[in-house]
Design a protein around this ligand. Structure first.
Ligand code: ATP
Ligand code: MG
Length: 275
């Protein structure tokens, strides 16, 4: 079943109107139990493929992959990382969650902590939030003066170009949920005692700035979206569809990296193991 990735990938230089993109879409799958079942089956196969590709990335050892996840609160970043990365060798993946910066992080430029978390060659780096927070929450809450965050779009663009040119492929995901879906997910965190820990009353304040965040996301996607470090707007109301879309982007990205198992510098047929 063909997932229409071209529809979700933002074309460089194009504007994104998030309100016009349906967060509930399910592509080629019917939006019902049948669709969910088929997507879950597909995800299993995709995980096998991802596992093999990760092994190849590691063996090849000359490039890295960085996957960036951004979303509104309760947008599903954690669930995506859990569902899609399951099955990969944990030694080859490094997940970093970016919270409000520490004192030490604030004493450096905004990309300092990002640089430190970048994947080394052969590895997959996963960012749960990222340098984009510095043009999202920082902009919406006015945490630094406007001229400073405005300059960051070009700085981020240059940073990502450098990454790509030096062997780190970059894929950026915006998990697109509707405001109504967020309400349901936040409510579920209140209804289930085992989810209370996930509820943060401060999220309600952020929710009231929904449109400001949308505008900030749209600008980030318009200003920092190159052919080589593309943004994907992933319909994410249905978790099962979100997962297969993201898995497919990762598979396609890894397959496009021209990875190879290195040639041995010995003749395996000539090696004799004693005993
Ligand atoms: P969950 O979905 O479990 O709530 P989370 O990613 O929201 O996970 P939290 O610890 O709740 O994790 O929140 C992290 C907070 O840190 C977010 O509100 C985010 O906006 C904020 N944050 C991240 N980076 C920055 C930054 N550079 N400047 C200011 N705030 C930031
Ligand atoms: Mg939170």
């Amino acid at each position: 079943m063909e997932i229409p990735l071209g529809r979700y990938r933002r074309a460089p230089g194009s504007d994104t109107d998030l309100v016009s993109i349906d967060p509930a879409e399910t592509g080629p799958f019917p939006p019902n139990g049948e669709g969910r079942k088929a997507a879950r089956k597909l995800l299993k196969r995709q995980r096998d493929r991802l596992e093999a590709l990760q092994r190849l990335l590691y063996a090849d050892g000359s490039q890295a992959l960085l996957a960036v996840f951004q979303a509104m609160d309760a947008g599903g970043k954690d669930g995506t990382i859990r569902r899609v990365m399951t099955g990969m060798n944990p030694q080859g993946v490094r997940v970093t969650s970016f919270k409000a910066p520490t004192e030490e992080e604030l004493a450096h430029d905004f990309l300092w902590r990002i640089n430190r978390a970048l994947p080394r060659k052969g590895m997959i780096g996963v960012f749960n939030r990222s340098h984009y927070e510095d043009v999202l929450v920082v902009r919406v809450k006015g945490l630094v003066p406007e001229p400073i965050w405005r300059r960051r779009y070009d700085q981020i663009d240059a940073f990502e170009r450098r990454l790509v040119e030096t062997g780190t492929a970059v894929a950026k995901f915006y998990l697109h949920i509707s405001k109504e879906e967020q309400r349901e997910r936040l409510q579920a965190r209140l209804d289930d005692p085992e989810k209370h820990w996930k509820f943060d009353p401060a999220d309600l304040k952020e929710r009231s700035r929904w449109n400001d965040y949308l505008a900030a996301y749209q600008d980030a996607m318009a200003r920092c979206n190159s052919e080589f470090a593309p943004w994907y707007v992933v319909p994410a109301n249905h978790k099962w569809y979100r997962n297969v879309v993201i898995a497919q982007v990762l598979i396609d990205t890894l397959e496009g990296m021209g990875l190879n198992y290195p040639d041995p510098d010995f003749d395996p047929a000539a090696v004799c193991i004693d005993g």
